[in-house]
Ligand binder design. Structure first.
Ligand SMILES: [Zn+2]
Ligand SMILES: [Zn+2]
Ligand SMILES: [Zn+2]
Ligand SMILES: [Zn+2]
Length: 272
């Protein structure tokens, strides 16, 4: 989307300099502008994708501007103008390579250079470093998404219905004890205990009772859930990390006020 904006911007400028007869002389500057634009809108990307984007903005923008100038029959619309487009792309490529060598991608949370392990958050798609202040490894999300309770399973009713069936009309969430009247509860495909949509989302589609996972999860979650514990079969309670029982983001106050569940706790405590 932003690339289109960059192409139009560069195209407009190329059109103006073509009309002024300065296209060839100013084309390296427009290549630099294309690089600056891509860097500005996507500061974290210093890899081959950013390189291609810079070339695209410079090249397509140049072609757009030069075509417009040629169509309008500008008096300077000549071969030099088209040579300028090539020069602009070459300049963009050179400038991108030099500037990318000078710096490396930075963590979108703490802004420190990403020279070690990094992750693309499945909720916001930002690349963040592995520091616990930036990435919550246990829950596969960046700390910003955790703080802002960003959902990953933000899907319409049809998505939920096709995987977990219709909304459950009575009972409580297996995880936060939210009531079926208040929350949209859906049954686990394996143990059939209901879990509210918020808890399904918080636990990245995993049943906290039996470990089953919702099928066909969004692709951006797959690299994380594929390395998680098996998606079927009961998980041994003694290896279950206590923090997994943390109340879900945005849980109702009565739920977060309860003591965390321990493996020894009765299966279904009486409702308070
Ligand atoms: Zn960081
Ligand atoms: Zn995030
Ligand atoms: Zn719940
Ligand atoms: Zn289950």
């Amino acid at each position: 989307m932003y690339l289109t904006l960059g192409v139009v911007l560069v195209g407009l400028l190329y059109f103006l300099v073509s009309l002024a007869g300065l296209a060839f002389f100013l084309s390296p500057g427009l290549g630099a502008l294309a690089c600056a634009f891509v860097r500005l809108v996507d500061p974290g990307d210093r890899g081959p994708r950013g390189h291609v984007h810079s070339l695209m903005v410079a090249g397509l923008g140049g072609v757009l501007g030069a075509s417009a100038a040629a169509l309008l029959g500008g008096q300077y619309a000549d071969a030099w103008m088209w040579a300028g487009v090539v020069l602009s792309v070459a300049a963009a490529s050179a400038i991108y390579s030099i500037s990318a060598r000078g710096g490396i991608a930075v963590c979108m949370r703490c802004r420190s250079p990403l020279d070690g392990a990094s992750f693309i958050c499945p909720r916001c798609q930002d690349r963040v470093c592995a520091k616990p202040t930036c990435w919550i490894a246990k829950f596969f999300r960046c700390t910003r998404c955790d703080e802002n309770k960003i959902w990953v399973l933000h899907f319409p009713e049809s998505w939920w219905r096709s995987r977990l069936g219709a909304r459950v009309s009575k009972g409580q969430c297996n995880n936060c004890y939210g009531d079926a009247h208040e929350f949209d509860l859906r049954e686990c495909g394996q143990c059939h205990w209901p879990t509210c949509q918020r808890c399904w989302d918080y636990h990245n589609g995993a049943c906290q009772r039996c470990g089953w996972r919702i099928p066909d999860l969004p692709g951006r979650l797959l690299p994380f859930v594929q390395h998680a514990r098996p998606a079927s079969g009961p998980s041994p309670p003694e290896v279950r990390p206590a923090a997994l029982d943390r109340p879900p983001a945005g849980a109702p106050p009565q739920a977060s006020a309860r003591a965390p569940r321990s493996p020894l706790r009765p299966k279904r405590p009486p409702r308070m």
